[in-house]
Design a protein around this ligand. Structure first.
Ligand code: AGP
Length: 608
């Protein structure tokens, strides 16, 4: 996510802004900038690390002024560059804006303003906010802010300063966090608490569409109707380290819990009037009809997304789809030609094997569509089309919210292709889209009962081996669940298809062996119950992941169960993985492992 900091007081703003932004670096970013008022608005911003900006500003000394806003940018719209960095400034130079979030209708608003002669300089969605503020401004900034938040759709945390009103900072949010810090003769805004802890522990948490107006000795709050509102002051007791993780002990748990919100950010901008809208790709219906086969190529967790995708593609589109790990794909001779679509999946966008596979595919004439989290990464830049997951930076080595949002993008692609190829009736498409739009809330419900998983982990975190079994999409989920467990808890774990047990692996089952049976795919539930009986007969302890309607049936056979809501079959892994991410986390935590930085692993494997 982007980082926002603002200062108004008696001291120089720039040094504080730089220090505050440094406390938000953990959030991940690709550029940084500040705007400070000193007789006029001065904006200094650059692509790259905060140290680049710090050097230009000589630690802040080069930019005098006691009112300012700063920003670290995690690119969503517009690759990392100086001009796309924030603050974004309006055409007439009156407004400087920093933003965290996604303005979903920015293209429509941008075209509206261009038709009225406004000149844009960046590729960002944020610049639309700055331009709109100046467009609506009639010597009343609060009025302009009100008008802007009525027009923009999407998520935003905004810090705003106006050259005509330099004794104030304006702040407003919707769906992206923003806090106001209260000091003595100075006040602050920030995306997150670490940025201002050096100055104050007294904060106000802005709620959606609440507007804050900060002066040196006063903070006023208004609702979107411009009615003054009273807010509760909160005293922060966290230390800085805990604050960086939003109060969570580890980034991994923070990111597990961010999944519902990340899914909303991935899905919401891409479903309009009951249709999938993928503005970001140029793949036409004609090109889609020309596709004779599809490959999905990735590594690790991203590969496991491809295994789920296979079920979705072949069920809905009847297009043959092959899923391969990049390190194999790049060294075998896959049959590729101009009628092949290769979908590359990568959180980091820098994985060496995956990048090599992409280059091989392009050389063969195949069309490459990539699903990436890091905007402007090498894989994104070298693909014919890229769909960003917009999950925000994933800091923990073990991928969680990237997996979930990658799956969501796969569902969007499959439904988009089905829509463009006309293989779904309107009723069928609506049912799928309704389920996809329910997914974030259903994910929230699955994460609500952490204690149950924590209790189960406390019983089995010392196990030497654990086995995950499933069939169809449940097998795909078991691959990811097994990887999560082994990579952070170092417990040996394997995933098998239920039907394969009798062909060898069942010899591993003995008294007390822990088996986790994922049985959410209803059509094969009875087959999975047979597998549960098989392993129970050999002494296994079985934890089931199943749907609520099958809880009673599972209770007859298994030892423990965790239930998830029903949803479209190929979307089930998006829910069944959640308790198993938590299970891996709690096992690793109880074993005292380094959860965010597991041994031998890197967040981005940029070497072969
Ligand atoms: C997942 O938890 C691992 N950290 C790892 O398997 C990862 O998914 C793999 O290295 C691929 O990374 P990428 O998605 O950035 O390409």
């Amino acid at each position: 996510m982007c980082g926002i900091v603002g200062y108004i007081g008696e001291e120089q703003a720039a040094p504080f802004l730089l220090n505050g932004l440094s406390k938000l670096e953990y959030r991940g970013y690709d550029s940084a900038g500040v705007a400070v008022y000193d007789n006029e608005l001065h904006v200094v911003k650059s692509k790259g690390r905060l140290s680049v900006l710090d050097g230009i500003l000589q630690g802040g000394k080069a930019l005098p002024g006691t009112v300012g806003i700063g920003h670290t940018r995690w690119a969503t719209h517009g690759a990392p560059s100086d001009v796309n960095s924030h603050p974004q400034v309006s055409d007439g130079g009156k407004f400087a804006v920093v933003h965290n979030g996604i303005i979903e209708n920015y293209l429509e608003l941008k075209n509206h303003l261009i038709r009225r002669g406004v000149e844009f300089v960046s590729d960002t969605d944020t610049e639309v906010v700055a331009q709109l503020l100046e467009y609506y401004y009639r010597n009343d900034v609060l009025d302009a802010v009100q008008k802007v938040i009525r027009r923009v759709e999407g998520s935003y945390a905004l810090g705003i300063i106006c050259a005509d009103c330099p004794e104030k900072i304006f702040a407003v949010r919707k769906d992206s966090p923003l806090i106001v810090g209260a000091g003595q003769g100075e006040n602050f805004i920030a995306s997150d608490i670490p940025a201002i802890l050096s100055k104050t522990r007294d904060i106000y948490r802005l709620q959606d569409k609440e507007i804050a107006v900060l002066e040196r000795d006063n903070i006023a709050f208004f609702n979107e109707e411009r009615e003054p509102i009273e807010k509760q002051l909160e005293r922060v007791e966290w230390d800085v380290d805990a604050a960086e993780k939003g109060g969570f002990e580890h980034f991994m748990m923070k990111e597990i819990c961010e999944q519902p919100e990340a899914l909303r950010k991935t899905i919401s901008p891409r479903i309009k009037e009951n249709k999938v809208v993928l503005d970001d790709i140029s793949l036409t219906a004609e090109q889609l009809r020309d596709v004779s086969r599809v490959f999905i190529v990735a590594c690790g967790t991203s590969y496991h997304v491809g295994v789920v995708a296979k079920y979705a593609f072949e069920k809905l589109l009847k297009i043959p789809l092959e899923v391969d790990v990049a390190s194999e794909f790049r060294y075998r001779d896959p049959i590729l030609d101009e009628h092949t679509l290769v979908i590359i999946i990568s959180q980091s966008g820098e994985t060496a094997d995956t990048l090599a596979a992409l280059r091989m595919a392009k050389k063969s004439g195949a069309r490459v569509l990539s699903i990436v989290n890091v905007v402007g990464s090498t894989i994104a830049n070298e693909s014919d089309d890229v769909l960003y997951t917009w999950a925000g930076p994933e800091i923990a080595v073990a991928s969680t919210k990237a997996y979930s949002t990658q799956l969501a993008v796969i569902y969007l692609i499959v439904l988009y292709m089905a829509q463009e190829l006309g293989v779904l009736s309107d009723k069928e498409r609506k049912e799928y889209l309704d389920d996809l739009q329910r997914l974030p809330d259903l994910a929230e419900s699955c994460l609500a009962d952490k204690e149950k998983i924590q209790y189960f982990a406390s019983r089995y975190f010392n196990a030497g081996d654990m086995y995950f079994i499933g069939r169809n999409v449940d097998y795909a989920a078991s691959l990811e669940a097994s990887l999560k467990l082994k990579e952070i808890s170092y417990i040996h774990s394997e995933a098998y298809t239920g039907g394969e047990l009798k062909h060898g692996p069942i010899s591993l089952i003995e008294d007390g062996t822990l088996v986790i049976a994922i049985c959410t795919y209803d059509r094969l539930f009875d087959k999975m119950m047979s597998n549960v009986k098989e392993v129970k007969a050999r002494g296994a302890v079985v934890l089931g992941i199943t749907t609520h309607d099958r809880e009673e049936a599972f209770r007859q056979e298994g030892d423990f169960r965790f239930c998830i809501p029903k949803i479209t079959d190929f979307m089930l892994p998006s829910l069944s993985i959640l308790p198993l991410q938590l299970f891996a986390y709690y096992c690793a935590s109880m074993k005292g492992c380094d959860i965010d930085k597991p041994r031998n692993l890197a967040k981005s494997v940029t070497v072969e």
